[in-house]
Design a protein around this ligand. Structure first.
Ligand SMILES: Cc1cc2nc3c(=O)[nH]c(=O)nc-3n(C[C@H](O)[C@H](O)[C@H](O)COP(=O)(O)OP(=O)(O)OC[C@H]3O[C@@H](n4cnc5c(N)ncnc54)[C@H](O)[C@@H]3O)c2cc1C
Ligand code: FES
Length: 342
């Protein structure tokens, strides 16, 4: 396997190697460098960098996070490019982006599949190595026949007793390349490459505020993992956790069954489901209606700045929440942790 040396201009100790089939971003994180990023999927733009010298292969030149201006200025997404010679790049490492657990690539065997809703399934993968990740993090799956890996968040906890267990709750996307393979062609016993952990929206155990988790659609898994992690760490002995789930129709509502397994459910864990299109199945729903950020506002508005917020889901949901919290309620940035699912 070829290895390329990459040096970050003007940064002491900013030197790392990238293997043939890695990306610049993932190689930097494996080396423990605080390379800012969010999605690892070409959607957010947080991993932009400039190549000062050397050659790269651009894996997705049309990635949505790259603008015309970026192209003119020679900016690239580190998550979508690979060194093809030794490189010098320009970017600014950040201490907060330094991985708590450096990501690793491993083989993972599909052990079991469980139905959660009509279009969400839990895929349980097993690795020979122990699973090491924080509640709220995700892994990249290289799926046979799909040209680029996809990000999926873990819903379980990385308990030593569970060995290498990675439970991913995945929503079927109509005509989606990866989910088509996962739902229809991958069977228990089949293997994929799993690379992780990634993600900055992990549970902060040293914070003494009440917790708010907000999941929209396929954002269920990381919020379930955060709730499980907070319970296991004893964080809910004195604190409350509000879990909001935003669904399109009544039959999409899920999450409560996972929370009910936790001892604090009903006492310190509160489940708040909301449906945006109740008319589709009006007879099935007498609960809250509207968008999930509106329910968060109706439920918590007088105390908004007192909470630690975690959220995951599609960009329209995460953007609306982010704006409401930061602009509408001046919740400090450090209390807000989220992943947008591109
Ligand atoms: C941080 C993060 C965590 C996520 N966690 C979950 C989760 O827990 N559960 C869940 O159901 N979904 C999750 N997703 C969404 C998931 O990664 C997939 O986008 C989704 O399953 C649709 O994939 P698809 O291949 O079926 O759909 P497609 O429409 O075929 O592909 C969609 C995605 O693939 C990527 N992509 C498309 N073309 C290219 C290309 N040429 N090169 C590189 N990348 C490309 C893009 O990211 C795009 O958004 C997460 C996404 C992110 C970013
Ligand atoms: S991390 Fe590269 S675009 Fe999001």
């Amino acid at each position: 396997m070829k290895q390329y040396n990459i040096a970050i201009e003007g940064v002491e100790g900013g030197v790392f190697t990238q293997g043939d089939s890695d990306t610049v971003l993932r190689a930097a994180l494996r080396a423990g460098i605080g390379f800012p990023y969010e999605c690892n999927s070409g959607g957010c733009g947080s991993c932009k960098c400039e190549v000062v010298s050397g050659e790269v292969e651009n894996l997705w030149p049309e990635a949505p996070a790259i603008t015309e201006r970026d192209r003119r200025k020679g900016r690239l997404l580190a998550c979508q490019c690979r060194a093809r010679t030794d490189l010098r790049i320009r970017m600014r490492p950040q201490a907060e982006a330094k991985p708590m657990i450096p990501p690793k690539r491993m083989r993972a065997r599909l052990a079991e599949v469980r139905e959660i809703t009509h279009d969400i399934r839990e895929f349980r993968f097993r690795t020979a190595e122990p699973a090491t990740f924080l509640p709220g993090q995700y892994a990249m799956l290289a799926i046979p026949g799909v040209s680029s890996p996809r990000a999926y968040s873990m819903s379980n906890l990385a308990r030593a007793a569970e060995g290498g267990e990675w439970h991913l709750q995945i929503r079927r996307v109509p005509h989606g390349k990866a989910t088509e393979v996962l739902f229809h062609h991958l069977h228990p016993g089949d293997e994929v490459e799993l690379d992780g952990p990634y993600g900055m929206a992990y549970l902060r155990q040293d914070v003494s505020r009440d917790i708010v988790c907000v999941a929209g659609g396929s954002g269920l898994a990381p919020m379930v993992s955060i709730a499980r992690g907070a319970s296991q760490a004893g964080m809910l002995r004195q604190r409350h956790l509000h879990f909001f789930y935003g669904a399109r129709t009544p039959r999409d509502v899920c999450g409560e069954s996972f929370l009910r397994e936790l001892p604090e459910f009903g006492d310190r864990i509160h489940f708040h489901p909301v449906v945006s299109l109740p008319a589709d199945e009006a007879a099935l729903w007498s609960g809250e209606t509207g968008f999930v950020h509106e329910l968060v506002r109706r439920t918590l508005s007088d105390r908004m700045a007192e909470f630690e917020f975690y959220f995951a889901g599609p960009p329209p949901m995460t953007n609306a929440l982010h704006e409401m919290l930061m602009v509408g309620y001046r919740v400090p940035f450090a209390q807000i942790h989220f992943d947008r699912f591109f």
